[in-house]
Design a protein around this ligand. Structure first.
Ligand code: NAD
Length: 733
């Protein structure tokens, strides 16, 4: 017995151990004292608490539903429970989102008490069906959208999955009336940021003050959980955890991302200055905490799962460099911070300690194990290069789901429950034949085949190997758009069609009905059809809806921002574009790209701004924001992958004037070129509708794409330098 007790190194094991003996020996406080010694009670708290723990009824679940267990933490919890409790039946419900992987559940896969169901927690029918047919008495609810960076881009997905999804689960519990434990997994982030100098961490009764859309949705879900506990007596327990790391974690999160980048010899990007502090727990320790809470957690209580050990992000990066023998001064790169980056999440971890848990794995040990795992499994998720970007958002696309081999499927088919409830193990959609019918992960449907931007988009897709088709339907014909979507089954729709007027926008002044039909009715039609099909629509709009004014004077460098209200309706074209932009704000599936005075390297194209002004008899000379298509169109594709939404000034930063461009033209292309300027007043006499001149503030797109060149740099790199070479080449022939 003596040696046996020596092995009991921490209090939960002690409690478990004594519990095991409980039937055989009467455990009184003096026995514990005599056997376990003082050190043990230091951790546990008090002798009476130990006695309370021992006599406290231990909950024994029968049939557990774990949501989100193809993801990171819950996969460890599931594998652990399957390993330790062959008597429990475990049903996993996961929609197999981009960050999940069925391989995470391989250790459980062949167990007779394990079953996987692919489906969404937001599907009430499916959830009710599972609760009833599987006689679920316990829910451990992990499923969520979890990546803070994504939540800045598409917070509606977070509301849908994290709040609405939780609500559906709770309602199903209420309706079926058979749940004896509902363990709701929340996060330390709901407390908001902790002061840098705080010495006391947030305890479970602290106020919830979330600061980002992710944590706000987690806090919202908690409120519903609490309400169902109070209103309907649902036996709920909530956990709020610090950051977790370890094997199976999708590499958009800091530690696996650093490991994969270090493995590829790439720089380690740090948001801001890296002074933000985080507390990290190793996944197996966290799984153990959930095991304890499942059995010993008290109904109605909240438990922090935390550690007092904190690390600055910059130190995590340096530790990583040490592990990989890299020079931190050259490998660590500082990038733009997130819109909001909490400084610190510091938890009071006493309550769970008293219940009997503490972390076992040291940082060094955990980091090493994690690194070894990623090195042994470099292709666990397939191509994750998008997740390794400094601000990854591309992988969160509604409808993109993962397969067992880590590949993705853009098919947003509905939930797939087992048709045979007694059938165990994996229930995943399988191809209907032996032939692989998997859809590619991206497929674009592009409107505007005959247009300049639409044509260029197609060429870029060809170059990048992205499957695409041009839309055949007319924008104003809803049924034709529907037919296109059903035929092409796109993952994204690009709208590069619209009426701009030939030879110029003056045409719109005399063709108002046609302009409205395409630019307003058609665009709205497409946005609406796309919304119905849960498709992101990348809409090429215009920045010619502003003109310099007192708050944004010419030459001031103060540009119009995305949220500014258009102030230029001088031309009918701009008027319709401003109207439709305003209405599109109501469509959360639309990404509006405000293009201005587009320029491409194709100087023979009559639509090219340079070509146009080069052919005019006289030109005005006003600085303007402009769009270099060669640089920005590939960015629009990347934005689609990143699931960017809302309005974006889609121009290169800064302004360039007509004369500056023509000077460059002269320097690079034709030294004999000359031109004549005229004033705006003189110009007004030869055009029908006034033209807009403005500067757009490009800081939003620059933040998303820090390498984006200023307008003058971009003109040289993408337009004049390549054309100069061509001219030189032509000259020597
Ligand atoms: N990772 C951390 O550091 C951390 C820290 C504190 C709390 N949490 C919380 O722990 C839980 C798990 O986090 P994680 O990092 O393991 O997440 P993860 O992103 O690795 O996995 C989430 C899983 O949920 C699934 N899912 C998402 N929406 C779903 C839906 N509507 N229906 C069915 N399945 C859905 C996904 O497919 C995925 O498998 C989350 O609730 C998170 O808020 C995580």
């Amino acid at each position: 017995m003596k040696t046996h007790l020596k092995r009991i190194s921490w209090c939960w094991e002690l409690v478990q151990h004594v519990c095991q003996l409980y039937d055989k020996v009467v455990v009184g406080s003096h026995i514990l004292l005599r056997r376990s010694g003082v050190a043990c009670f230091k951790v546990i708290g008090s002798v009476s608490y130990v006695r309370n723990l021992l006599v406290m009824a231990s909950y024994t679940p029968k049939n557990i539903l774990i949501t989100g267990a193809a993801g990171f933490i819950a996969s460890h919890v599931c594998n652990r429970l399957i390993r330790n409790y062959p008597d429990y039946k475990i049903v996993v419900l996961d929609k197999l989102d981009y960050c999940s992987n069925l391989k995470n559940l391989l250790p459980s896969r062949s167990s007779p008490n394990f079953k996987f169901v692919k489906g969404d927690i937001g599907s009430a029918d499916l959830v009710n069906f599972l609760l009833i047919t599987e006689s679920i008495d316990t829910i451990m609810h992990f499923a969520a959208q979890t990546h803070v960076d994504n939540s800045f881009g598409n917070s509606f997905e977070f509301t849908k999955n994290n709040i609405y999804g939780t609500h559906v689960l709770l309602e199903a519990c209420k309706v079926t009336g058979q749940i004896r434990r509902f363990i709701h997994v929340s996060t330390d982030e709901v407390y908001g940021e902790t002061d840098e100098d705080a010495v006391v961490g947030n305890h479970e009764a602290s106020q919830l003050l979330p600061t980002n859309p992710y944590s706000a949705t987690k806090a919202g879900a908690e409120m519903l959980v609490m309400a169902y506990g109070r209103s309907y007596g649902l036996p709920v327990i909530t956990t709020r955890g610090n950051n977790v790391y370890g094997p199976n974690q999708f590499p958009e999160k800091l530690i696996p991302k650093f490991i994969l980048l270090a493995m590829r010899g790439k720089p380690l990007p740090i948001h801001g200055d890296g002074s933000n502090v985080r507390s990290y727990l190793y996944c197996e320790d966290v799984a153990e905490a959930f095991e304890l809470i499942l059995h010993k957690g008290e109904v109605g209580h909240v438990y922090n799962i935390g550690t007092k050990k904190e690390r600055r992000v910059i130190d995590v990066a340096k530790d990583m460099c040490k592990l990989f023998n890299l020079d931190p001064d050259t490998v660590i790169k500082f990038v733009d911070n997130r819109p909001f980056n909490d400084q610190r999440y510091f938890l009071d971890d006493q309550k769970l300690k008293i219940l009997g848990w503490s972390e076992r794995t040291t940082w060094e040990e955990g980091l090493k194990k994690t690194m070894e795992w990623y090195i042994s499994n470099p292709d666990w998720w397939g191509d994750v290069s998008g997740a390794l970007l400094p601000h990854p958002r591309m992988l969160m696309m509604p409808g993109i789901e993962r397969h067992f081999d880590g590949s993705e499927d853009g098919n947003s088919t509905s939930s797939n429950a087992s048709s045979n409830p007694s059938q165990s193990q994996m229930v995943v959609p399988v191809p209907r034949s032996n032939v692989s019918i998997q859809k590619p992960s991206l497929k674009f449907l592009i409107y505007g085949r005959t247009g300049w931007i639409g044509g260029l988009l197609g060429k870029i897709c060809e170059k990048q190997g992205i499957p695409f088709e041009y839309g055949r339907g007319r924008l104003e014909e809803r049924s034709q758009l529907l037919a296109d979507i059903l035929n092409v089954k796109p993952t994204h729709v690009f709208n590069a069609s619209g009426v701009t007027g030939r030879p110029n926008v003056d045409w719109c002044e005399s063709h108002k009905a046609e302009t409205i039909r395409t630019n307003v009715a058609g665009t709205l039609n497409l946005a609406d059809v796309c919304r119905e099909h849960d498709l992101l629509m990348m809409n090429f709009a215009t920045g010619c809806i502003f003109e310099y004014d007192a708050a944004h004077p010419l030459g001031s460098g103060i540009g119009f921002k995305e949220e500014d209200t258009p102030n230029f309706t001088g031309s009918f074209y701009s008027k319709t574009k401003a109207m439709v932009e305003e209405l599109l704000k109501e469509y959360e599936n639309v990404c509006t790209l405000r293009v201005r005075m587009p320029i491409s390297s194709d100087l023979g194209n009559p639509r090219n701004f340079i070509t146009k002004i080069g052919r005019y008899n006289k030109v005005v000379n006003i600085p303007n924001s402009m769009t270099i298509l060669d640089e920005l169109l590939p960015i629009s594709i990347e934005m689609a992958k990143r699931n960017c939404r809302g309005i974006w000034n889609f121009t290169n930063p800064g302004v360039v004037s007509h004369n500056e461009i023509l000077e460059m033209y002269k320097n690079y292309i034709n030294p004999n070129f000359s031109w004549v300027n005229f004033t705006l007043e003189e110009q007004a006499k030869v055009i029908v509708a006034p033209r807009s001149n403005n500067e757009l503030d490009a800081s939003k797109i620059k933040r998303e794409f820090p390498d984006l060149l200023s307008i003058k740099e971009s003109l040289i790199k993408y337009v004049f330098e390549p054309n100069k070479k061509n001219c030189a080449g032509e000259g020597s022939n």
